[in-house]
Design a protein around this ligand. Structure first.
Ligand code: NAD
Length: 431
């Protein structure tokens, strides 16, 4: 346990001593606002480390289980063994926290780890590959850099566990590579997260909460509300409220705001620019290719068949689709792949409960978004095409631990066994 704690402490120290360099790398990669960098990267990792340090002793303790009459003379417990060497592959949108939060779980559970940052967030990739070997035990922890080609080579090796965060398409490649070695995996993936807004909502409060969740990191968040479902009447009120809210958040020209991030690279910029052609632009819609800036954009008159509804948006574009009410919203959600997050905005707990009961998703949030990320006592993970497995707090520890069943008995009291040995007689059958 001391070794695991020392490595977790070292990770804390890495964050403390390199805060400025971390924030700078995130600015270089994503123009990430300082507040967003603090709360969604360093603070979240810190939080996970502190929870692990405070609970490691309890998590590691053997769990004694209840026994039945047949095993009364045995000792029965669950032992948490490390898997061995784990591979952690990260994405570019929260390039530090989505790499190091799983690493906290892997260290806590006693594994050696190879971490593979995203090559797309190249400044953070470089920082991680410089810093980790200086703080963590190089005998046990290593960083491998590179893109698809290098990762393909890496995946030819036999790992004892693979933890992947990224897109569903690459998730399939990871799963196929893991299958060759029968390696267990966690896949933290993405998809289109529906956000149903009920007619009874206060448009101003709702606009603030939805827009903060959506435009945080310029919409490049796996748990961002991907599209809004509401009635035409509600849409009109929300668009008015959202116009005011966006001005409050980012001023008259969001491009000048220090609080609005940029698109990660040219490929994603071009992809998003093409999506601006869906429906009608109600707010925003402008862009600057040189800066990879896309204005916070609201699209209305969007149809299910439009390009913006065919893929996870992962950018600062929020389309509205109109429906008649909660039943139609539930039916719409159920016609699509199971999302990572489902959002419901309504003051009526019956409406919230109806959507909760009648749909399926990795996580479910009402009247807010993203705050779960601060709460390691809830499991975080997808379902179906949005992923498998879970993380945060003890869920990360369990993910990276093999729960080994242990049943121990001495050699005494052999006479009692005669009732289960052949030749079987009437006496055996009466057992
Ligand atoms: P991505 O799948 O393109 O890349 C993720 C990682 O896989 C990177 O490290 C990359 O180098 C590697 N990779 C890419 N192509 C590969 C290949 N052919 N073979 C092997 N490895 C390969 O994802 P991304 O663009 O970095 O991130 C965006 C996606 O991640 C979105 O779908 C988003 O929803 C999802 N995501 C999910 C979570 C979550 O916690 N569920 C968090 C963040 C992002």
């Amino acid at each position: 346990m001391e070794y695991r704690m020392s490595q977790l402490q070292a990770l804390l120290k890495l964050l403390e001593e390199n805060n400025a360099a971390i924030n700078e790398a995130l600015v270089q990669d994503l123009h990430k606002p300082a507040f967003e960098a603090e709360v969604s990267e360093t603070c979240l990792i810190n939080n996970e480390i502190i929870v692990a340090l405070n609970n490691l002793n309890t998590w590691m303790t053997d769990e004694y289980v209840t026994k039945n009459w047949a095993t009364m003379l045995y000792t029965a417990y669950i032992r948490k063994d490390p898997f061995g060497v784990v591979l952690i592959i990260g994405p570019w949108n929260y390039p530090l926290s989505l790499l190091l939060i799983p690493l906290v779980g892997a260290i806590a559970a006693g594994n050696c780890s190879i971490v593979k940052p995203s090559e797309i967030s190249k400044n953070t990739e470089k920082l991680v590959s410089d810093l980790l070997p200086r703080y963590l035990d190089p005998e046990c922890f290593a960083v491998v850099c590179g893109g698809p080609q290098e990762t393909t080579q890496l995946l030819e090796n036999k790992f004892d566990y693979i933890f992947f965060t990224g897109s569903p398409n690459v998730g399939k490649i990871i799963m196929a590579a893991a299958a060759k070695h029968m390696t267990p995996i966690t896949l933290e993936l993405g998809g289109k997260n529906p956000c149903f807004i009920d007619n009874a909502c206060d448009p101003v409060t709702t606009a603030k909460r939805v827009l903060w969740s959506h435009f945080f990191n310029a919409g490049q968040t796996c748990v961002s509300p991907d599209y809004v479902l509401c009635t035409k009447e509600m849409e009109e009120q929300l668009v008015l409220a959202m116009k005011e809210t966006l001005e409050e958040f980012y001023g008259k020209d969001p491009k000048q705001s220090p609080d609005f991030a940029r698109i990660i690279n040219d490929r994603h910029f071009q992809r998003l620019k093409a999506l601006l052609g869906s429906g009608t632009v109600a707010i925003g819609g402008d862009y600057d290719e040189k800066e990879r800036y896309i204005a916070p954009t609201i699209l209305v008159d969007v149809k299910e068949t439009d390009p913006v509804m065919q893929e996870e948006i992962f950018g600062p574009i929020l389309p509205f689709l109109t429906i008649e009410g909660p039943d139609e919203a539930i039916a719409f959600i159920n016609q699509h792949e199971r999302p990572l997050a489902t959002f419901v905005f309504s003051p009526d707990s019956k409406v919230v409960d109806d959507v909760l009961q009648q749909t399926s998703s990795g996580v479910f949030w009402s009247n807010d978004g993203m705050m779960q990320m601060t709460l390691p006592s809830l499991p975080f993970g997808g379902i179906g095409t949005s992923g498998m497995g879970m993380q945060h707090g003890k869920f990360s520890f369990d993910t990276f631990s093999h729960h080994r069943a242990v049943l121990l008995r001495g050699l005494g009291m052999e006479g009692l066994n005669s009732i289960r040995y052949p030749p079987y007689t009437e006496r055996n059958l009466r057992l």
